[in-house]
Design a protein around this ligand. Structure first.
Ligand SMILES: O=C1O[C@H]([C@@H](O)CO)C(O)=C1O
Length: 560
């Protein structure tokens, strides 16, 4: 294992991800940010300079558990103080497990401003993947808005509420096509996009060169702000082998659904007519699509990349065919002999009702009727140093359950909600079940998809169900034999999802809907786990707010 050093500077820059020029957040002049490639067991060291001039920044290493380094998780207000303009913070952490990961901003809505990139961990020397392939291709998927994140955030907290709407473009490796289609020949009324991006290097479509009769590992991750996606490759089937940095029991599909926060590896064999190229198409699912699919070209060499595929791009399944989405999701299972089974019993069950609510004329998302707000002093420091005053309003223990009388099939009878910290204190090494219960939103006959992401852990997905969670029926149906390990799990409209994790990683960890505006509107909770066991905190992680004041007064108590 070795240490891999990176020196990065985050800055705003002009960029044209879909050929329309906007300002986004890049790293070292690149968008998406540089790809980190490492081997399992390596230590990653990123010296991150904030070149944004007027706002803080942090970076979260999505899917990396940060075992023993909770201060490097990169969550503002939770694991560290945001890095001030012109200052540098050093992230140092071990990537202990091979897999397909990514990193992204976790302060305000900076992820949606383009602050993201890929993080790929190969097996350690001498180890082997449980499948074979000849080559590898990487696709980082995102969605893109033409309004700035500042306009979006003001809208979300305005009275009346202004929703961000659907994205203008979908991006593959940061490249999209707005107002035109690469496949205009097959898309009535569409204007043909220039194949090379009309000379604009930012939006030239992604070309993936392959050789015939080989097997490729396609790594796919989604860091969308809102969109749930579906990816298909014309004429080719896909074998799913990895989800969120964990191997799965391989299964063959025509296409994959991918929610924000998910990552997959799929194997693709180039066994089609070698004289043609093929489309890779990424479209919207789960919400009424108003965004054109993003297209990339699977380029069978030695064909020219500019030879557009002769057949139409594979269609995205109907956005509201949830039965199809569920059957895909239910097929994801742990790999026998590789994925450890979950503990047979849990010590605690936390049931979280997800509702859309009103608060003083604003629209919010609430968990057990409390909409999450974050404190000005990050939790990891304030809890470690015992500073109660640093907590957000009404951070008294939130509830482990919600009233079973709640009707999840209808808009809330009383939509009023309050703000709070949603801070759950979890005992060291406890086995915890979390049941995420979906419900009807404010509008009638609307219940949305929410992908929930847990920091600091992988969890087993024990099961999915429809309607109100029923303890007796559900726990009998839990899959304790071969559930998949993941870090992100979706709740389907009007349904519930049950997960299990072991609290074996002291720290303060966010657990939240990965849809950027939903988190911004309060859709999350915090798990504070055995903070007394956390090692000495780097000073830079606590040099703000009440922890800075305590340190100046000499009350650090040896915690930093
Ligand atoms: O949080 C959301 O708000 C809107 C809508 O519910 C209210 O305008 C929407 O589609 C969301 O996902």
């Amino acid at each position: 294992a070795k240490a891999r050093h990176f020196r990065w500077e985050v800055s705003n820059m002009f960029w044209s991800p879909d050929c329309e020029e906007k300002v986004l957040i890049g790293i070292n002049g690149q968008f998406p940010g540089p790809t980190i490639r490492a081997k399992a067991g390596d230590t990653i060291v990123v010296e991150l300079k904030n070149g944004l001039h007027t706002e803080g920044v942090v970076i979260h290493w999505h899917g990396i558990r940060q075992i023993g380094t909770p201060w490097a998780d990169g969550t503002a207000s939770i694991s560290q103080c945001a890095i001030n303009p012109e200052e540098t913070f050093t992230y140092r952490f071990v990537v202990d497990k091979p897999g397909t990961y990514f990193y992204h901003g976790h302060y305000g809505m900076q992820r949606a401003a383009g602050l993201y990139g890929s993080l790929i961990v190969d097996v350690a020397d001498g180890e082997e993947e449980p499948f074979k392939y000849d080559g590898e291709l990487n696709l980082l998927l995102s969605d893109w808005y033409h309004e700035s994140i500042y306009t979006q955030m003001v809208g979300l907290s305005s009275k009346p509420f202004r929703w961000i709407g659907e994205p203008q473009s979908l991006l593959i490796n940061g490249r999209g096509q707005f107002n035109c289609s690469l496949a205009a020949a097959h898309t009535p009324g569409a204007k043909q996009c220039a194949v090379a991006g009309g000379g604009n290097r930012h939006c030239a479509p992604v070309i993936l060169p392959v050789l015939p009769n080989k097997t490729y590992r396609l790594r796919v991750a989604s860091t969308t702000s809102l969109a749930s996606l579906n990816l298909a490759v014309g004429n080719h089937k896909l074998t799913v082998v990895e989800a969120d940095g964990n191997y799965v029991d391989p299964f063959l599909v025509d296409d994959i659904d991918i929610y924000s926060g998910d990552s997959y590896s799929v194997l693709l064999t180039t066994n089609q007519n070698p004289s043609a190229n093929y489309w890779i198409s990424v479209g919207v699912r789960g919400r009424q699509p108003k965004t054109s699919p993003a297209l990339a070209i699977l380029n069978y060499r030695p064909n020219r990349a500019s030879n557009l595929p002769p057949s139409p791009p594979p269609p995205t399944p109907a956005w509201d065919d949830f039965a199809r989405s569920k059957s895909f999701t239910h097929r994801i299972l742990g790999l026998a002999g590789n994925t450890p089974p979950p503990p047979a019993k849990s010590d605690r069950r936390i049931e979280l009702l997800n509702t859309q609510n009103r608060m003083d004329g604003h629209i919010k998302w609430s968990i057990n009727n409390v909409s999450m707000v974050l404190p000005s002093t990050p939790y990891l420091g304030s809890l470690k140093m015992g500073l109660k005053s640093a907590m957000p309003p009404s951070s008294e223990s939130p509830s482990d359950t919600f009233g079973r009388g709640y009707d999840v099939t209808r808009p809330p009878a009383n939509p009023n909600t309050t703000a709070g910290g949603n801070l759950y204190v979890i005992a060291h090494n406890a086995t915890v079940d979390v049941v995420l219960q979906n419900a009807n939103a404010l509008a009638r006959n609307v219940s949305e998809v929410h992908p929930w992401h847990l920091h600091g852990h992988d969890f087993w997905v024990l099961g999915y169900g429809e309607g109100m969670f029923d303890e007796k029926l559900a726990s009998a149906a839990f899959n304790l034999r071969n559930p998949p390990l993941r870090n992100t799990a979706v709740i389907f409209p009007y349904g519930w999802t049950a997960i299990r994790f072991v609290a074996d990683n002291p720290g303060v960890w966010a657990f939240h809907c990965h849809i950027e505006p939903h988190l911004h509107m309060g859709m999350g909770v915090i798990f504070a786990e055995a903070v007394d066991r956390v090692g000495e905190l780097p000073k830079a992680a606590v040099s703000c707010g009440a922890t800075a004041t305590a340190l100046m007064a000499g009350n650090g108590g040896g915690h930093v």
